[in-house]
Design a protein around this ligand. Sequence first.
Ligand code: FPP
Length: 248
Amino acid sequence: MSALNRTPEGIPRHIAIIMDGNGRWAKQRGMPRIAGHRQGYKTVRRIVQQSLDLGVEALTLYTFSVENWKRPSEETGAIMRLIGMAARRELANLHRNGVRIIISGRLNTLSQEIRRALDQAMTVTRENQRLVLNLAINYGGRAEIVDAARRIAALVREGKLDPQEIDEETFSGYLYTPELPDPDLLIRTSGELRVSNFLLWQIAYTEIWVTPVLWPDFRESHLLEAVEDYARRQRKFGDIPQESKASV
Ligand code: FPP
């Protein structure tokens, strides 16, 4: 995947989105929160299509966090049903468009029905190469790091891995999606200035763009704005610009 490197100049190869504000969108209209999630799903469809059009390689969507289970069971149950329904309903269209679906998160604790729908989506689309759609479901950034540490510790215990060999690259290889490049751009809607336990390892040098727009109101024009802003930034990865080196 990262070897392909075929994203057009200036376009982020990997965009990650914290889709926030569904509840507020619904509340502003006197509707139940799940109406906001349903509207948010419509935004997901638009943004996946636009990512295909732009030539983005990977799109990661924060769909359900490990902390979201604290919400009332009516809401968590409704979100899970929406995810299962979307996975079944969108599969043929995504497959036709060359989208590969992968999931980041602790899937083993989800209901069998959801797991089956997600497993099928991953299996059917596994050879597709146009866009990787990574859905973070029952996902936590710390949980992901803990899960990687457990896998590494088990290999060390079995004598299959030497602790001295573990470096950042080795560690990345045990995260949920070792095949994806780190996100270039992280978008958060609804104005909150937090990363909320999302991709903690992977966003070390990611550019962040926050908009006050609520996720159900997020449109193609907003994504374009984010991408244009990203294209104007100078990414330094801890270095200094080349032209400044003469004046050190
Ligand atoms: C955050 O808004 C949104 C979620 C926790 C759920 C995201 C789910 C979807 C967009 C729908 C399904 C998506 C797919 C991919 C099928 P919030 O509820 O925290 O909003 P608030 O901060 O205004 O309360």
